[in-house]
Design a protein around this ligand. Structure first.
Ligand code: ADP
Length: 680
């Protein structure tokens, strides 16, 4: 038989309400889903009631019932006496007609079964055979005792429930071949039907919800039906069974609140408390009448929003409307001599492994609880304390990670890590962008260089010719000759042109290097000495931060001096002759390069101009002041030295130029390595 309550896996959203509310600890968390453990489940329906996602499913017995109705003409319904509370707006008799319309050949009153067992209860209590008796009509109470208080099974009244009583009555006295479908408010009745100790008479159990669904499926509107009557014998006070204390009334037991012999208790928490006390021998009463819900009128499958008092009113009003039937009734009217209303109970207790202190500690540590103050006992996991949860983890009922504070902590850490990697990612992207820009810049400069080199070559020779011939002409002229001055001018301008052409050749790295091992600090000192006394530098503070440990470099000293001079002059002009210039040397992080930087406090360079300053002939200086060749030539020279020139500038704040030259040590290693390879 299929389990009565199951979890719809994808619907469970880990709120753990079911764990908090399950009295039988019958929920196990597996892969984050709260699953019902069938062997532990008492089918009380609490998990179904409390699940906000409707993720708990009750076995659907509609289709098997429809099958019975279509194939077996002798299918009869037995209707629980709480039905007026389930259909509060309808005249009760109309429900009976509607049930018949579904195809049930007869409709019997379960209250009659309650009447039958009431007599058994009175006899049992009068006999004093059992010194302490617990009532047994509520299957959830019976299930709970069998599974969790086996010591109390011998105290359960060995009498069947009203459902089984009416079933046995019908089978014995009315129709032994009848197929009987119980209709009521209780989920646990579905479980009781499959209990091997009472499994003989009831064929299907429908909840009131399922009955309503059947009406809808068959397009039956009970409100439109004429009121009908129950088949078979009239029930009497058994109709009171679904309300608290109903058993006592129908068994004609006088219940006096000052009398300690009888205790009537209902509702999960009170029932669990009294069972605990009873198992400890702390109850003095002779009879406990227990109902897991607040009476069957508040059963899990009476799904209207009426209060328990209004539901009680509905049932009582119905009973009062049938008062005539009660008049001649006494329990003695029943001849039950041939009817077996007895039952047995079994011990279904399963011993659970209990972890020792060390095992509990180890589990607590899995969620970062090393000290007692880490145990917040917040209950978010569904267990009342962190230790209870640790025990459940040990027993395989819970998962260690289902700890809200721990998960929040982890979430925060993950979030922080994500933020960190985001920053790293941004930094890498920035570096990538910079490198990309540098690549574009050097590619552009390389193509300009090629063009410049071509033009410079072409111009170099004719310029040489102009210079030679004009010099020859000049030699032949006397200084007083009026053409002498013109020829001199031609020679001067031609030399200026040659200089520009050489500059272009330098930029395009076409001119030859005369490299030697040199000390960059020394080059800087001698260059700075050259310019320090010039007027432009009189109000400029030059700070030297030269690292004495830098490696030597393998460079053309004259060309490097030319670069340094150009950078320093540009800086002085950008500072308009006043400010600070910091000249600093050092290493690249991998020590493969020696660096020299020149930081000024000048105008700075805007982002849009930054890309252009290395272009030949780019200048922001007035005509006659700048040629726009200084930086492009510097760039060419540095590249020829396998180095780099980097600029970093903030408009309004200043500019730093850094030149990067390979360390002579590294060049030497590469040279030796190359040589070895060649020698091989
Ligand atoms: P020139 O000095 O003849 O203009 P350069 O190639 O040396 O040619 O410089 C190109 C341009 O780069 C300059 O006109 C100027 O706009 C800019 N520049 C160079 N160095 C600096 C600096 N330190 N501060 C501000 N702008 C600079």
């Amino acid at each position: 038989m299929l389990p009565v309550v199951t979890t719809i896996e994808t619907k469970c959203k880990r709120c753990y309400s079911c764990i908090r509310n399950c009295p039988a600890k019958a929920i196990k968390v597996e892969k984050g889903q709260a699953m019902v453990i069938t062997e532990r489940c008492i089918a009380c329906g609490y998990c179904v009631k409390v699940c906000p996602q409707n993720a708990k499913k009750i076995r659907d017995d509609i289709f098997p019932t429809l099958n019975l109705l279509s194939s077996k003409s002798r299918t009869v319904a037995v209707l629980a006496p709480s039905f007026p509370a389930a259909f509060p707006d309808l005249e009760p008799g109309k429900i009976l007609t509607a049930i018949r319309k579904l195809g049930f050949s007869r409709v019997y009153d379960v209250a009659y079964g309650a009447d039958l067992i009431s007599k058994e209860y009175r006899e049992l209590l009068d006999s004093n055979i059992m010194p302490f008796i617990i009532s047994s009509p509520c299957p959830a109470v019976v299930n709970y005792i069998e599974k969790y208080y086996p010591i109390l099974t011998m105290c359960l009244a060995p009498i069947v429930s009203p459902m089984i009583a009416i079933g046995r009555y019908i089978s014995k006295y009315i129709n032994p071949d009848a197929f009987i479908v119980f209709i009521g408010p209780c989920i646990a009745k579905k479980k009781e039907m499959g209990d091997p100790k009472v499994t003989d008479v009831i064929n299907q159990v429908l909840t009131f919800d399922e009955l309503k669904e059947l009406f809808t499926k068959k397009n039956i509107q009970p409100g439109n039906e004429l009121p009908g009557e129950f088949d078979g014998p009239n029930a009497h006070r058994g109709k009171l069974f679904p309300v608290s204390g109903g058993l006592l009334k129908s068994a004609e037991l006088n219940y006096d609140i000052t009398d300690n012999d009888i205790i009537v208790t209902e509702g999960r928490d009170r029932v669990l408390e009294i069972l605990q006390k009873a198992s400890e021998g702390q109850i003095e009463a002779k009879f406990l009448d227990l109902l897991f819900c607040e009476g069957c009128i508040n059963g899990p499958k009476i799904d209207n929003n009426l209060s328990v008092f209004v539901k009680k009113d509905k049932v009582i009003n119905y009973i009062n409307s049938r008062v005539e039937e009660e008049k001649e009734f006494t329990l003695e009217n029943f001849d039950l001599s041939g009817l077996d209303l007895g039952r047995k109970f079994t011990n279904e207790y399963k011993d659970e492994k209990i972890p020792d202190e060390n095992e509990i500690k180890a589990i607590l540590q899995l969620t970062g609880k090393s000290n007692p103050e880490d145990e917040l006992n917040c209950g978010a996991c569904g267990y009342i304390s962190c230790r209870e949860k640790a025990i459940a983890v040990y027993q395989g009922l819970a998962e260690a990670e289902m700890c809200l504070p721990y998960m929040l902590d982890r979430l925060e850490k993950v979030q922080n890590e994500l933020q960190k990697s985001n920053i790293e990612l941004k930094e890498s992207l920035d570096t990538l962008k910079k490198t990309q820009q540098q690549l574009i810049q050097s590619e552009r400069l390389a193509s300009i260089g090629e063009l410049a080199a071509g033009v410079a070559h072409e111009l170099n020779n004719p310029l040489g010719g102009v210079l030679i011939f004009s010099s020859l002409l000049l030699e032949r002229k006397n200084i007083s000759d009026p053409e002498y001055r013109d020829l001199k001018k031609i020679i001067e301008e031609t030399e200026r042109c040659r200089k520009i052409v050489h500059g272009l050749l330098d930029f395009s790295r076409q001119s030859r290097l005369q490299a030697a091992i040199a000390d960059l600090n020394k080059i800087l000192i001698s260059t700075l000495t050259l310019i320090e006394n010039q007027v432009l530098f009189q109000n400029i503070k030059i700070v030297r931060e030269l690292n004495p440990d830098i490696h030597k470099v393998f460079v053309d000293v004259g060309q490097i001096q030319q670069i340094v001079l150009n950078i320093i002059f540009n800086a002085a002009e950008a500072m308009d002759g006043k400010g600070t210039l910091i000249v600093k040397t050092g290493f690249s992080p991998d020590k493969k390069f020696v660096l020299a930087s020149f930081k000024d406090t000048g105008t700075g360079i805007s982002a849009e101009l930054l890309n252009k300053i290395f272009d030949p002939f780019f200048t922001t200086k007035p005509p006659g002041k700048g040629t726009g060749l200084g930086l492009s030539i510097s760039y060419g020279i540095i590249k020829k030295h396998k180095g780099d020139i980097i600029v970093d500038s903030k408009p309004g704040k200043g500019t730093t130029f850094t030149i990067k030259l390979p360390s002579a040590l590294v060049m030497q290693d590469t040279y030796q390595l190359n040589n070895k390879i060649v020698q091989k």
